[in-house]
Design a protein around this ligand. Structure first.
Ligand SMILES: [Zn+2]
Length: 228
C-alpha cells in the first residue's frame, strides 16, 4: 500500500484544493516553491497535468496547461487564412468576369466592355486602394456603373446600395440568384443560382445560406457565401 504524503500547508498559504482556475483545477500542493509560493499540481480540462505556483493561479496569470493559448492561436490563424482566401477570391472573380468569356458573369462585365485597369492586376495594389472589406454584407462595386475597375471607381458597398446605384436591369434575377460559395477547407469555389439546390447538394440549411447572403450570418458550416 502506498501512502502519498501530502505536504502540510504553512499558515500563510491558502488551501485551494479542488478550486477551479479557468481550465485548471488545483489537485494538491507540492513540496516545491516558487519564491514564497507553493507550487500546486493541477489538472487541465484537456487532460494534461501541470504544476503552477499558487499566486499565478489566484492572479489568473495561468488558466490552462497552455492549451488555451494554442486554441486561440489556431482560431486566429484559421480566421486570418479564411479572410485572406475570401478577399483573394473577390479580386480573382473581378478579373475572371471581365476577362474570361467562360465566366458565368462575363456577359455583364467583360462582354459589356468593363475592364480591370493594369495596376489592379496586382492584388496588393488593388487591396491597398479598396481597403479591408467592412463586413460580409459588402461586395465590390463600381461607383460609375459603366466605368471600369480602376483607381477612383471602386468601393465596398452593400447589395442594397449597389442596386440603388445600378440601372434597373442589374437588379433582375441575375443579381438575386447567382452567388459564389467557398468552404474554409477547400481551395476551390462554387457558383450557383439556386440556394435550395446548393443546400441539398452539400447537406446545408437553405435559410442559413440566405442569411449569409444577406449579411446576417458570417459562415454556415464552414461555408462562406457571396452574392455576385
Ligand atoms: Zn490544457
Amino acid at each position: 500500500m502506498t501512502i502519498t504524503k501530502i505536504p502540510k500547508l504553512s499558515k500563510n498559504c491558502k488551501d485551494i484544493t479542488d478550486q477551479r482556475f479557468g481550465r485548471l483545477v488545483a489537485i494538491k500542493p507540492t513540496n516545491k516553491r516558487c519564491g514564497r509560493h507553493v507550487i500546486w499540481q493541477c489538472i487541465c480540462d484537456c487532460g494534461n497535468e501541470c504544476f503552477v505556483a499558487s499566486q499565478r493561479l489566484q492572479n489568473k496569470q495561468t488558466q490552462s496547461c497552455g492549451c488555451f493559448k494554442k486554441d486561440l492561436l489556431t482560431q486566429r490563424t484559421i480566421t486570418h487564412r479564411m479572410s485572406k482566401t475570401l478577399i483573394y477570391s473577390i479580386w480573382k472573380s473581378m478579373i475572371q468576369r471581365c476577362e474570361n468569356p467562360k465566366d458565368l458573369s462575363f456577359k455583364w462585365y467583360g462582354g459589356r466592355g468593363i475592364s480591370v485597369s493594369k495596376e489592379f492586376h496586382d492584388f496588393q495594389t488593388w487591396y491597398e486602394h479598396i481597403g479591408p472589406r467592412p463586413g460580409p454584407e459588402y461586395s465590390q462595386d463600381r461607383i460609375e456603373n459603366d466605368g471600369n475597375y480602376e483607381r477612383g471607381n471602386i468601393r465596398w458597398t452593400t447589395q442594397q446600395n449597389q442596386c440603388a446605384n445600378s440601372r434597373p436591369i442589374s437588379c433582375g434575377p441575375f443579381r438575386q440568384f447567382w452567388f459564389r460559395a467557398w468552404h474554409k477547407d477547400m481551395m476551390c469555389q462554387f457558383m450557383s443560382n439556386s440556394q435550395s439546390k446548393f443546400a441539398k447538394k452539400h447537406t446545408l440549411h437553405g435559410p442559413s445560406i440566405s442569411a449569409c447572403l444577406n449579411g446576417k450570418q458570417k459562415i454556415h458550416r464552414g461555408w462562406i457565401f457571396l452574392k455576385i
